[in-house]
Design a protein around this ligand. Structure first.
Ligand SMILES: *Cc1c(COP(=O)(O)O)cnc(C)c1O
Length: 395
C-alpha cells in the first residue's frame, strides 16, 4: 500500500482519530508489519484487545470452523455458542448472568440500564443516579460519555442525560457525602486506564463495596480494559477481595473479534425481562465462538499466571533501568497494564519509539502506557525496555 492510498482512504473518513502515517497490514504474536514491510514490537495490543497476541491459533481455528457453519442468527433463537461463552464467564467469575453486546460502550450502557431498571422495577426505590469518578473513561455513547469523568469527550454534545455525578477517586468521606436516596449505582475502574494508569486504593475499594452493600447501591466495575487477565487476575476486582454486582467486558474478550458483555449477580437477573434490552448483533455465533476459544485458552493455558509473572518482570525492569532518568516521575501499574509517568508531554516519545520499531500509546499527556500481549516473552520485554530506556534517558 502506498502513502497516497492511505491519504485517499483518510479522505472519505471522518477525522475522528489522529492517525499515525502507518498502515499495519499483518500481525503474528507480539509482532506487526506495516505496508512497507517494516516490523514492530507491539506493546499496545490494539489498546488491550489482542491479549493473546495477533492471530492466536486456537481462536483462529474456532472462528474458521464457525465461518463454515453459521454466521448470524437472531437472538430470538437459542445460540449454543452464546450459552457456552456465558457459562465460561460465570464459571470463572462472581457473575451469574451475562448479556452480550458488541463493544465496551454498549456493555456499560447495558450496566447503567440494568442498574436503573433493577432499582426502579425490582427494588422499587426510584433510584436512578450513577456516581462515577473524575479521570474515568466509560465509552462514547451519550450515557457512557456522561458517566466518563473527562470533559474532553463531552464537548459539543449537550444536553447530556440526567442522573450522573462525578467525584474524586480514593476519598471515602467524599463518596459518603455524595450518596443520596436517589443513588442507584457507583461505577468505577480498578485501574483508570485512559485517565493515566491511576490505581484504585485497596482499602478504599473495600470500603466502597461495603458502603454500597449497606446502602442498597449497586457496585458496577468497568473491566473493559482491565479484564481478561490483563492485570494478572482474570478480572481486576479479584485483587481486592470484593465482588461487584455488575461488571463489564469488551476489549480482550474476543481476542480482536468485536464483542462486549455485561455480567451481573443472580439477584439482578430479574432486572431485565424479555424485550427490556437487546441487540441485533449481540453474541452472534461467530462472536461467541471467539469468546469461548479466548476464555478456554486463558484458563487451560494458565495465561493469567504468565501475565502476572511478566507484569512483575516488566515493571521491575522499567523501575531499575529508568531509576536514574530525570525525565521520569514514576512507573506504576497492575500486571501488564503499566504507565510510565513523565515530567513533560510524551507524544514525541511515542513517534520516536515507532521509528525504533516499538509501538506504545499514551494515557493522558504525560504517561506512556504499555499493554503488551499476555504471552509476551522475557526477550521481547528486554527489547522494549531497552528502546524506552534509550529514548527516555536522552531527554
Ligand atoms: C475502551 C474502554 C471503554 C469503551 O469501549 P469501546 O469498545 O471503545 O466502546 C469503556 N471503558 C473502558 C475502561 C475502556 O477502556
Amino acid at each position: 500500500m502506498s502513502q497516497s492510498t492511505i491519504e485517499v482512504a483518510g479522505g472519505s473518513l471522518f477525522p475522528t482519530y489522529a492517525r499515525y502515517p502507518l498502515a499495519i497490514v499483518k500481525g503474528e504474536g507480539s509482532w506487526l508489519w506495516d505496508s512497507e514491510g517494516n516490523k514492530y514490537l507491539d506493546f499496545m495490543s490494539g489498546i488491550a484487545v489482542t491479549n493473546l497476541g495477533h492471530v492466536p491459533q486456537r481462536v483462529k481455528e474456532a472462528l474458521v470452523a464457525q465461518l463454515d457453519q453459521l454466521w448470524h442468527i437472531s437472538n430470538l433463537f437459542q445460540i449454543p455458542n452464546q450459552a457456552d461463552a456465558a457459562k465460561l464467564i460465570t464459571d470463572n467469575s462472581c457473575g451469574d448472568a451475562v448479556f452480550f453486546c458488541n463493544s465496551g460502550a454498549e456493555a456499560n450502557e447495558a450496566a447503567i440500564k440494568l442498574a436503573r431498571r433493577y432499582q426502579q422495577l425490582v427494588a422499587r426505590n426510584g433510584r436512578y443516579e450513577v456516581i462515577s469518578f473524575t479521570q474515568s473513561f466509560h465509552g462514547r455513547t451519550l450515557a457512557t460519555l456522561t458517566a466518563t469523568g473527562q470533559d474532553k469527550v463531552k464537548e459539543g454534545f449537550l444536553p447530556l442525560p440526567e442522573g450522573f455525578t462525578h467525584i474524586a477517586l480514593n476519598d471515602i468521606e467524599l463518596l459518603k457525602a455524595t450518596i443520596t436516596d436517589k443513588t442507584a449505582a457507583v461505577m468505577l475502574e480498578m485501574v483508570q486506564a485512559e485517565g493515566g494508569i491511576l490505581l484504585v486504593d485497596p482499602t478504599y475499594i473495600k470500603q466502597v463495596a461495603e458502603l454500597c452493600k449497606s446502602e442498597g447501591i449497586l457496585l458496577i466495575i468497568d473491566e473493559i480494559q482491565t479484564g481478561m487477565g490483563r492485570t494478572g487476575k482474570l478480572f481486576a476486582y479479584e485483587h481486592f477481595g470484593i465482588e461487584p454486582d455488575i461488571f463489564t467486558l469488551a476489549k480482550g474478550l474476543g481476542s480482536g473479534f468485536p464483542v462486549g458483555a455485561m455480567v451481573a449477580k443472580e439477584a439482578l437477573r430479574e432486572g431485565f425481562t424479555a424485550g427490556s434490552h437487546g441487540s441485533t448483533f449481540g453474541g452472534t455465533p461467530i462472536a461467541t465462538a471467539a469468546v469461548k476459544a479466548t476464555i478456554e485458552t486463558i484458563v487451560e493455558e494458565k495465561v493469567v499466571d504468565h501475565a502476572a509473572k511478566q507484569g512483575e518482570y516488566l515493571i521491575t525492569q522499567l523501575r531499575e533501568k529508568l531509576s536514574g532518568c530525570s525525565f521520569v516521575n514514576e512507573v506504576r501499574g497492575l500486571g501488564l497494564i503499566i504507565g510510565i509517568e513523565c515530567k513533560e508531554p510524551i507524544a514525541s516519545v511515542i513517534v520516536e519509539a515507532q521509528s525504533e520499531g516499538l509501538l506504545v500509546i499514551s494515557a493522558g499527556p504525560n504517561v506512556i502506557r504499555l499493554l503488551p500481549n499476555l504471552l509476551v516473552s522475557n526477550e521481547e520485554i528486554d527489547q522494549a525496555v531497552q528502546i524506552l530506556t534509550k529514548l527516555l534517558s536522552n531527554r
